[in-house]
Design a protein around this ligand. Structure first.
Ligand SMILES: Cc1cc2nc3c(=O)[nH]c(=O)nc-3n(C[C@H](O)[C@H](O)[C@H](O)COP(=O)(O)OP(=O)(O)OC[C@H]3O[C@@H](n4cnc5c(N)ncnc54)[C@H](O)[C@@H]3O)c2cc1C
Length: 473
């Protein structure tokens, strides 16, 4: 019997197929560092939609699982390789075409977010969504997770900038959803179904992006608190009065970790740092005054406007590098929970209580203006008892978010790691409907099995059964 991989090699060419174990190793996991990833048969590196179609036709003929992959910066285990499957990396799909007249760009998925931003900036335009990882993550990964970021509090998330997508389905057909039209309501809203589907419904091979004129200059305001509750209350006060273009939060542990890296003179003993921006161009500067006032009214022990763009950018950068900085304390169980903004203080207090009760370190950073937070639970794989407590805390934080009417994931996606909590989040009926959609588009269950849906869920509704390596309830 012929080796099925030889068929794939014949279709794509030698250079597009990685089979050597050491070369496959970097493609097995994303930044969530799933402890037990599978070893794929091969990593495939297509360049065109036609090549992605060839991969999917082959995979569907042979029943081989396919893990779509951008840059592997995902934080929910959504790009974990499957034993005996193939990883489909978009790293060679890097074309970009900008149409300044219509303020749109057509891009292949493997381009980094920062490269998209740079290509459109060269024509005086702006692609706003800015995950803190924008220099290392792909636009395809952003679309597949519906990524958020720092400016999303004012400018919206990835889905708000996607007008159209080309998607290769499990059976190898390529469909176009939406397109270069600002208004288009023909048929069901399928575009939003694929955006955020984490590689479980199709492989995104092209995106049509909506662009804005170049961003206006922003002013940055910094506030230090010795009490997290007051900091959260200040965030709520600002969010309810104005539309800041950034409203970010870090707690003491995160501040200390960032200061260890940058040495920029952050107050290590502060309980919380809030970094806010306004790009309102009104000459009276009322938004900046309003933010400074809110910080003072809520007891900030220090608040000031950054002297210039570069000082403002230093504080934004400090917030952006918080995850890698805290990673230096040890491996992380990364949360992405969100709550309605009025409940931010309750979430912060609840997470602090969980950290105390479980005796674990939890650094707390947040896109606070969105109510989207990242409690970062530090553990040590060598310390079994600590690791167990960290996993219990991981679940308790999600339980807390659900109890507060929030979400288990605001921007990173369910992936494999949060799947056991999905049913509680969305309920049995919606989960069952989601399974029907999955089965309709991927009846064999070959697209990213284990992500959002249990690996064998093409035939069942069991989303709570964890895979090997997933954190369990
Ligand atoms: C330091 C750091 C900071 C971060 N900050 C943020 C932040 O502020 N906001 C935020 O939202 N995220 C953030 N992230 C998470 C991560 O960068 C995003 O989820 C990003 O969108 C993932 O892009 P990627 O190219 O790395 O995708 P991957 O990790 O490779 O994949 C992510 C998911 O998308 C699927 N996928 C990838 N490409 C395709 C495709 N072409 N078609 C179909 N499915 C596909 C994968 O199967 C997987 O399920 C951060 C990560 C790090 C490490």
């Amino acid at each position: 019997m012929s080796d099925p991989l030889e068929e794939l090699r014949a279709a794509l060419g030698d250079a597009a197929l990685v089979t050597e174990p050491a070369a496959k190793e970097p493609y097995r996991r994303d930044r969530a560092l799933d402890p037990r990833p599978g070893m794929p048969l091969a990593v495939v590196l297509p360049e065109t939609t036609a090549e992605v179609q060839a991969v999917m036709r082959w995979a569907s003929a042979h029943g081989v699982p396919v893990t779509p992959r951008g840059a592997g910066t995902g934080l929910s285990g959504g790009a974990t390789a499957i034993e005996g499957g193939v990883v489909l990396s978009t790293e060679r799909m890097r074309a970009v075409r900008v149409d300044a007249a219509t303020r749109m760009a057509v891009v292949q998925p493997g381009l980094l977010n920062a490269e998209v931003k740079a290509a459109v900036a060269a024509q005086g335009l702006w692609y706003p969504p800015d995950p803190a990882s924008f220099e290392i993550c792909t636009i395809g990964g952003n679309a597949a997770t519906n990524a958020g970021g720092l400016c999303c509090v004012k400018y919206g998330v990835t889905a708000d900038y996607i007008l159209g997508a080309e998607v290769v389905l499990a059976d190898g057909r390529a469909v176009r959803v939406g397109g270069p039209r600002l208004k288009d309501v023909a048929g069901l809203s399928m575009l939003k179904l694929f955006v955020g589907s984490e590689g479980t419904l199709g492989v995104i091979t092209e995106l049509t992006l909506r662009l804005l004129p170049a961003p206006p200059p922003a002013r940055t305001v910094v506030a230090w608190f010795d009490d997290t509750e007051r900091a959260s209350a200040a965030v709520f006060a600002i969010a309810s009065r104005i539309r800041p273009s950034m409203l970010e939060y870090m707690d003491r542990t995160a501040i200390g970790a960032v200061e260890d890296v940058l040495g920029m003179g952050l107050h290590r003993d502060a309980a919380a740092l809030v970094v806010a921006r306004s790009d309102d161009q009104h000459p009276d500067g009322a938004e900046v005054a309003s933010m400074l006032g809110a910080f003072t009214d809520h007891g900030a022990f220090e608040t000031f406007e950054a002297a210039d763009q570069s000082e403002g950018e230093r504080f934004a950068h400090a917030r952006r590098i918080a995850i890698p900085a805290v990673e230096r304390l040890g491996p992380l169980l990364l949360e992405d929970v969100g709550v309605p903004i009025p409940l931010l203080a309750e979430l912060v207090a609840g997470v602090e209580e969980i950290a105390r009760a479980r005796e674990v370190t939890i650094a707390f950073i947040a896109h606070a203006g969105d109510g989207n937070t990242h409690p970062l639970i530090v553990y040590d794989p060598e310390d079994t008892a600590l690791t167990e407590r960290a996993h219990l805390a991981y679940g308790e934080v999600m339980d807390l978010a659900i109890r507060l009417g929030g979400t288990i994931t605001g921007e990173h996606g369910v992936g494999r790691l949060k799947r056991p909590w999905l049913v509680e989040q969305i309920g049995d009926d919606l989960l069952e409907v989601s399974h029907r959609v999955k089965r309709a588009l991927d009846p064999q269950g070959i697209l990213n099995p284990g992500t959002i849906f249990a690996a064998d869920s093409a035939a069942s509704d069991d989303s709570a059964a964890p895979d090997e390596g997933a954190h369990t309830r």
